[in-house]
Design a binder for this molecule. Structure first.
Ligand SMILES: Cc1cc2nc3c(=O)[nH]c(=O)nc-3n(C[C@H](O)[C@H](O)[C@H](O)COP(=O)(O)O)c2cc1C
Length: 214
């Protein structure tokens, strides 16, 4: 089994990336058959705060990301609905060698920083992978940075969109026997700086993903 700890090289002390240095991790095709029934997954859905130290496998990560917000139809739409089909929720996959943005079209991860930002995610869960959900209001066709009232409404929509992606992660993890824990408490300003987020981007939640402690 290929584990993520083997995927990347550590780049100690180098916290910014040139475009040509950005690493790409190709994900596996998602499984269409694994897991328990949908109803059993809902039966199992729970927040798990104690994790085994086994690194998450590439297949498990690939399946969770596809379930979270992967493309499930030829028209490019996704497993999670989004208000006005804005597809505003980005998933940053935070590993020891940096943070990567999930690209559902190419089914790959593109490194956006080589900084290990997992310590900013709130209480450490003892797992190797954290997923960070960030909405970008500029994905909405009627986004206007100077229209405060409109942006308040779009921010509410984006919060709902992120919540749905979060629940996809939780139900998928339950169905595959994985552990996860949705959290809103984290170092927002540290993460904004590390990920060079735009004003139009809002950090909503993070999810450690791993294996339940035996
Ligand atoms: C939007 C949201 C934010 C949350 N933020 C945190 C958090 O910051 N810290 C934490 O320990 N748990 C957080 N949780 C997890 C809840 O505490 C947990 O879902 C709740 O206790 C119910 O437990 P259950 O998920 O096992 O049903 C959050 C859950 C949601 C849905």
């Amino acid at each position: 089994m290929k584990h993520l700890s083997l995927v990347g090289l550590f780049t100690i002390g180098l916290f910014s990336l040139n475009a040509q240095d950005a690493k790409i991790i190709q994900l596996n095709e998602h499984s269409k058959v694994r897991g328990v029934t949908v109803m059993e997954a809902f039966q199992q859905r729970q927040t798990i705060r104690e994790y085994d130290s086994t690194p998450l496998s590439m297949q498990d990560l690939s399946d969770v990301l596809w379930a979270a917000n992967g493309i499930n139809r030829p028209n490019g739409k996704k497993t999670a609905p989004s208000a006005m089909n804005s597809q505003d929720v980005g998933i940053y996959v935070c590993l020891s060698d940096g943070a990567y943005l999930y690209d559902a079209v190419t089914n790959s991860l593109k490194q956006v920083t080589s900084q290990d930002i997992r310590s900013m995610m709130g209480r450490q869960a003892g797992t190797s992978v954290y997923l960070l959900l960030v909405s970008d209001l500029s994905n909405y066709r009627n986004y206007n940075p100077s229209n405060t009232e409109q942006n308040k409404h779009l921010a509410e929509m984006s919060c709902l969109d992120a919540g749905i992606v979060s629940q996809n992660i939780s139900v998928c993890c339950a169905g595959l026997g994985l552990a996860t824990w949705p959290r809103a408490g984290m170092d927002q300003s540290g993460l904004r700086t590390a990920l060079k987020l735009k004003d139009s981007q809002i950090i909503w939640l993070n999810h450690p993903v791993g294996y339940p402690k035996k």
